[in-house]
Structures are given as C-alpha cells and as structure tokens.
Design a protein around this ligand. Structure first.
Ligand code: SF4
Length: 234
C-alpha cells in the first residue's frame, strides 16, 4: 500500500486539501496504513485534539511519546490524565538509548553545548528506531505555527515514512473551539503562558500569540527538534 501512496502523494494531498482532521485520520488509520500507523505525541498544548479524534476512531491505535528525561512534570501528569480520560489503550514511551547517553551526555548537559546533537540523541534516533515496524506516523503540526510549517500538506514523505498531518490546515480558532466543544482539559502550563511545550531546558513562556513556538529554543537559532527533517535531503 505504501508504494502506491508514495507515488500518489500529490493526488492524495490534492484530494484532502480542504478535508477536516477526522476525515484525514480515518482514511489513514482505516484504509491507507491499517495496523502500520502510529501517533507520535508530545502531549503538549494542542495534542489533546488528535488524541480525542483517535479515541473516536480506534482506541487501540499505538501512541508514542518521546521521553527525553527532560520533560516537565506537568506534561507527564497531563499525559496520564488524557490517556485515562480518552481510554486510549496502546500507549508506548520511547527513551533515548542509555549507552549512547552515557557516552555522549553522561552529565545531562549536552543541551547547553549542542542542542542539535542533544535532540538527535534524545529524540531523532529513538524515534527512528521506534518507527521500524510502521509505514506511517501521525504528527500534530499546523501551518499556522509559522516557520517551515507554513507549507505543510496533509501527507508528506519523510525518511521513507509517510507523515500524516491531520491538523495541517487547522486554524487557531478551530483549535480553541475543539477544546471548548469537546470539553477537553488544557495542559496545566498553557494557562501559565507556555504556548508550545517541549523539554523544560528549551521551553520558555511567550506572549507572541502569532508565533506559538516562539518560546522553543528562544535563545538559539533553532526552531525544530529534527524529527521532521528529511535526512535524505540534508
Ligand atoms: S529540546 Fe532541548 S533538552 Fe530536549 S532533546 Fe532537544 S536540546 Fe535536548
């Protein structure tokens, strides 16, 4: 199925240009990548929407969180709250390889010296291994988050996997309305001014509502952790 999807990706994107997130998810989970798709979830400020949609489509869909060992305690609590509330059945936590950490980041301070390498060890490599048995993964990126996300499409080919972006064309208003209409809890740090949440070392509060990811690596020339980077092109 994937080979066909890869060759038809442009056609697929054109046919889902104005589709709602549920339709994109349903088609991906039930048809295109049946039993070969996973949601890679940060349990950040807007993750509850895709989790809620998945709970209405297939509660046994695998869900992965990349646990870098540097997540906020509030994120872990929020993750537990959402999994229980939505009765999601197939959660898996992925950690960095201990031997690799001992070799390159024994003092847990690589993030101070080299954020790209730190993300590589704690996110990119662990995800690559975790995706081994999947053809496709779901991502929560949205084009209104600016940067290179502005050009997002519903389906992308990244590192030989199809990445499904059900919220690619969702607006901030849609996100707010979805939380309200479905009575979903917000991340506890959201109310405190964190508009996008990753590791505690690299996440700041921000008042820049036009650029919600402004608080990520805010003192560095970095905007993405690298899991969405196509390494065949770099
Ligand atoms: S976000 Fe920061 S702490 Fe987390 S893996 Fe990347 S560089 Fe390391």
């Amino acid at each position: 199925m994937k080979t066909q999807v890869v060759s038809d990706i442009e056609v697929l994107n054109n046919s889902f240009l104005t589709s709602n997130p549920k339709l994109i998810l349903e088609h991906s989970i039930n048809n295109l990548f049946k039993n070969k798709i996973v949601y890679v979830c940060s349990f950040g400020t807007e993750s509850a929407i895709i989790l809620d949609l998945i709970s209405k489509i297939d509660k046994s869909l695998p869900i992965i969180m990349l646990n870098t060992h540097f997540l906020f305690e509030e994120t872990i609590k929020y993750k537990n709250e959402l999994l229980k509330l939505l009765r999601l059945e197939n959660y898996r936590e992925v950690f960095p390889d201990e031997k690799t950490l001992n070799k390159y980041d024994a003092n847990d301070n690589l993030w101070r010296r080299d954020v790209d390498q730190c993300c590589n060890l704690r996110k990119v490599i662990p995800l690559e291994k975790a995706l081994n048995n999947f053809e496709s993964w779901i991502s929560g990126r949205k084009s209104y988050h600016l940067g290179n996300r502005q050009k997002l499409k519903a389906f992308e080919l990244i590192n030989n996997k199809i990445v499904v972006n059900p919220l690619f064309n969702s607006t901030k208003a849609f996100i707010e309305d979805y939380f309200y209409s479905n009575n979903l809890p917000r991340h506890p740090l959201f109310e405190q001014g964190y508009l996008s949440i990753g590791c505690r070392h690299c996440t700041q509060k921000t008042k820049n509502i036009e650029d919600p990811r402004h608080g990520r690596w805010s003192d560095k020339n970095k905007t993405e952790c690298g899991i969405h980077l196509d390494r065949r092109k770099s």
